[in-house]
Design a protein around this ligand. Structure first.
Ligand SMILES: Cc1cc2nc3c(=O)[nH]c(=O)nc-3n(C[C@H](O)[C@H](O)[C@H](O)COP(=O)(O)O)c2cc1C
Length: 161
């Protein structure tokens, strides 16, 4: 990269616009919006990871659950989208992560929801649930109830070592 381009990039990164969220649910959804439709049905406060590079970067200020789809390359390679990698590149976002919910499609066999599983493993947090596409009414109910239980003081206490 030429020095001016490098300087421009460093300047942009140092001055990039940020938005802060204390939502307990953070999600990503591509232009097909399956995951966004699922989240809408949950009727919970949530924050969306930006889709486009020009949008402000999302920084969490409190513990949260990450809900993401998988977009696998060949044999599960590059299954975590760059927007999600960028989001998790911020230390605060890794520190506040408490669990992952995966969206995917069982047609992908062993790579079903592989992005959620890989993030959970890397960040040492549980995979709390997986569902297909925009989820069934039962998925919506189970995730809503599961999240409510997850954040109760009693179950938070149990999760501490
Ligand atoms: C190109 C492509 C690759 C995909 N790869 C996987 C995959 O490896 N594993 C999986 O479980 N689902 C995979 N899916 C399914 C998506 O995760 C699923 O359609 C999801 O609902 C998309 O969410 P979104 O519409 O919110 O972006 C893939 C879908 C597409 C279009």
């Amino acid at each position: 990269m030429p020095p001016t381009a490098l300087a421009d990039r460093q300047y942009a990164e140092a001055h990039e616009p940020l938005v802060f969220t204390d939502s307990k649910l953070v999600f990503f959804s591509s232009v097909s919006e399956n995951t966004a439709r699922f989240v809408e049905k949950l009727q919970m406060d949530s924050a969306r990871i930006p889709l486009h590079a020009h949008e402000p970067k999302l920084i969490t200020t409190a513990p949260y659950i990450l809900l993401i789809p998988t977009y696998g390359g060949e044999r599960g390679k590059r299954s975590i989208l760059p927007q999600i990698m960028k989001f998790l590149g911020y230390e605060e976002n890794r520190k506040n992560l408490r669990g992952v919910i995966g969206a995917g499609n069982t047609n992908f066999g062993e790579f079903y929801c592989i992005a959620a599983k890989r993030i959970a493993e890397k960040c040492n947090v549980p995979v709390l649930y997986t569902f297909e596409l925009m989820g069934t009414p039962e998925d919506v109910l189970r995730v809503r109830e599961g999240l409510e239980t997850f954040w109760t003081p009693a179950s938070q206490k149990q999760q501490k070592p």
